[in-house]
Design a binder for this molecule. Sequence first.
Ligand code: FAD
Length: 462
Amino acid sequence: MAEFDVIVIGGGPGGYVCAIRCAQLGLKTACVEGRDALGGTCLNVGCIPSKALLNATHHLHEVHENFEKMGLMGAKPKVDWAKMQAYKDDVISGNTKGIEFLFKKNKVTWLKGWGSIPAAGQVKVGDEVHAARAIVIATGSEPASLPGVPVDEKVIVTSTGALALSAVPKSMVVIGAGVIGLEMGSVYARLGAEVTVVEYLDAITPGMDAEVAKSFQRILAKQGLKFVLGAAVQGAEAGKKGAKVTYKLKKDDSTHTIEADVVLVATGRKPYTDGLGLEALGVEMEPRGQIRTDGHFATNVKGVYAIGDAVMGPMLAHKAEDEGMAVAEVIAGKHGHVNYDVIPGVIYTTPEVASVGKTEEQLKAEGRAYKVGKFSFMGNGRAKAVFQGEGFVKLLADKETDRILGCHIIGPAAGDLIHEVCVAMEFGASAQDLALTCHAHPTYSEAVREAALACGDGAIHA
Ligand code: FAD
């Protein structure tokens, strides 16, 4: 029986980051991963492959939409789907091999196989049982299913199948207008598919600032995505060619069917804890299947911790990573901490959408006095130069103290711009602090500063 200070189960962004930090803090660490590659959902079938396809198809979109406007003439590139898939696969393996290298560099042992916890202080992988002072469960999540919609990962697919279709479909129905559905829908729309998004709610991207969501839907519709909102999917059926989706419109109870080559089910993800033996161990769970933890990532079983998609909170890679680092510090006797009020969320479409902190709707519901500073990318020289004037920055600050409460951006590089607001919020900054900070010209970030100025005496270029 090998003995470790810490065994992490799951090699995704939560687990591998936790394992590396544990090793850096001097703890003898192993990480159990059942896949053939490290990196979890994120690197293998999530964030990274989806961004590779978004990147390739973004360039295609640029060629068709903007090249001629800039005097770039000539034959337009054709899509070689097999090559695009190979590019995506190279990106995945480059990243997953990078984690293997980091494990070696930091002396983290990769225990290959599926792990379970036969008793507190023990982890079983294959026939071997290993001992550990602390066990961290970082087993992530899997796609949620929808009743009456049988997934075959060929015609009716989850995001995993959507990343590796055998051919570009002529038409696609996306069930669910959340982040994953819209990112993958954008990819295939840019590749020429007719994409229809069917969503149960009356708006896309639930939880997003309503003004941003509305603008986002309008922009995506201009890019060719069709939306059917307020529609409850009743079922889907795969045929010889494509599939049929039946939905009921909530407004009048009328039933409709829509046919497409491929149906993507993107109705969310659920925690994955199968085969760990948690019930026998007596680990308390939340009603929706997450592992219950206290404020220090500990479960009710001594020495067993849990992080990432397997616990409560936003299902995001960076949230899992932050928890991974924090729990490592806790196990090492330090003070690990995650500030859940400042976790950004990004959608990597064109334009990108990013947010942090409270939405205007949340502030209204809380009865909090706030002010809004808004600035359109139309007033930003750099954005206009690259045909990305659509969208805006919306900064929300406390009416009395001017402290920044939230920020919502739709526009170029929104996913990067949001981080100056995150840092400002971590330091408890006011909108004026941002407004008084010199921003280089011409950058997209000037739009953030202008939104901060708009919280005070007014933006300059509005
Ligand atoms: P995971 O990444 O799911 O890793 C868990 C790992 O544990 C898996 O590799 C699994 O094989 C392993 N495992 C499970 N059980 C066992 C066991 N018993 N023994 C051994 N190994 C086990 N998030 C973002 O922040 N940004 C994005 O752009 C983004 N894009 C996404 C796009 C898609 C298409 C998808 C599906 C997700 C995306 N996400 C994104 C979400 C992100 O991937 C997850 O939030 C993140 O991977 C969670 O990390 P984790 O470490 O908790 O779990």
